[in-house]
Design a protein around this ligand. Structure first.
Ligand code: DPN
Ligand code: ZN
Length: 321
């Protein structure tokens, strides 16, 4: 969704800070106390999902937008990957601008039903293009993290629920419809919502949603995401996303929120280029909401790091031992 420009605040996340939890690669044993052994998610698997979303757009008029055939095909693709992989999926419909919209909700069986951790991102593109960075990247990362949870036969303490939202580009329509469909009791069981909208920007930044920049911004969620990047020696900045993505629907319902973002139409500053590489005075994503937001519009290193950060946060926050 495009509205106000975002405000970027520099956070002092010192690399190598004391007491930091260091992420381990797949197969490493969690010998040390407090060490979380989240797996290393294969970026090739995430890229394979993006290739599928690109080919869905190619065979459906070049986009995956609300009300268009490419959107429903995207939902069916994600559902197909999770069904039979240990997740319970439900398609929830809503109506907007005279067309049916679809959210995909996926529950991982088990965990405390009164203590739910949610993670999500929007699956719809704008009509102008295939929406591979916005938001194939967050969507594909969530698919592969969900599959990693079931492959690990994880037994999280919390109940895990992932969501792929429709109608975000029309104004957070799908996520808002979902939140509004919940009773007060159901809303209060959701103890946190993590949002992943744009994680592979071609000139990437590493932004963590600011806990103070959102009515229900959570310091726990912010710090957990930051911890991952400290562990890989990548500096982050906090960002105030405001009402520009689906976490806002959860914030309005009082649910603690957090998330990651690699940047959209704003330009990378010289200082940001020094710390992250890339090109100063150029947009983080020059193809934002354009027809060129296709496979070639993804920075694979950013996609890889952000996806591993999702896994790290899910493992740690859901209590996967
Ligand atoms: N909400 C994004 C879009 O779908 O257009 C853009 C965005 C994502 C902006 C995250 C800020 C933060
Ligand atoms: Zn988006």
């Amino acid at each position: 969704m495009r509205t106000k420009r975002i405000g970027v605040v520099v956070a002092a996340v010192a690399a190598g800070a004391a007491g930091v939890v260091v992420p381990l690669g797949g197969g490493a044993s969690a010998a040390g106390q407090g060490v979380v052994a989240a797996p290393d998610i294969s970026v090739q698997a995430v890229q394979a999902d993006l290739n599928q979303l690109q080919s869905i757009a190619n065979s459906n008029g070049g986009n995956r937008a609300h009300g268009r055939s490419g959107y429903k095909a995207s939902i069916d693709y994600v559902k197909g990957k999770l069904d039979g992989a240990g997740w319970t999926t439900t398609i929830k419909t809503f109506s907007s601008q005279g067309a049916t919209g679809y959210n995909l909700i996926a529950d991982y069986p088990g965990g405390d039903a009164n203590n739910i951790l949610m993670a999500g991102g929007h699956l719809d593109s704008v009509p102008a293009g295939p929406g591979i960075n916005d938001n194939g990247t967050g969507s594909a990362g969530l698919i592969e993290v969900a599959l990693a949870v079931s492959q690990a036969k994880a037994k999280p303490t919390k109940h895990l629920r992932f969501a792929w939202w429709g109608g975000e580009e029309l104004g957070l329509v799908g996520s808002t419809a979902y939140v509004n469909s919940l009773s007060a009791a159901e809303k209060s069981k959701i103890k946190g919502y993590l949002n992943f909208d744009m994680t592979g920007s071609p000139n990437p930044g590493y932004f963590v949603y600011s806990s103070s920049g959102q009515p229900t911004g959570s310091t726990t969620l912010q710090k957990t995401l930051e911890e991952y990047f400290v562990g890989i020696n990548v500096q982050t900045e906090t960002v105030t996303v405001g009402g520009r993505s689906d976490h806002a629907a959860f914030a309005r319902a009082g649910v603690p929120t957090g998330g990651l973002f690699s940047g959209a139409e704003d330009r990378k500053t010289a200082a940001q280029a020094r710390k992250w590489g890339g090109t100063a005075n150029t947009a983080f994503d020059a193809c934002y909401h354009k027809s060129c937001d296709k496979i070639s519009n993804v920075n694979v290193q950013s996609l890889d790091r952000h996806t591993d950060a999702i896994a790290y946060a899910i493992w740690k926050l859901a209590g996967i031992a």
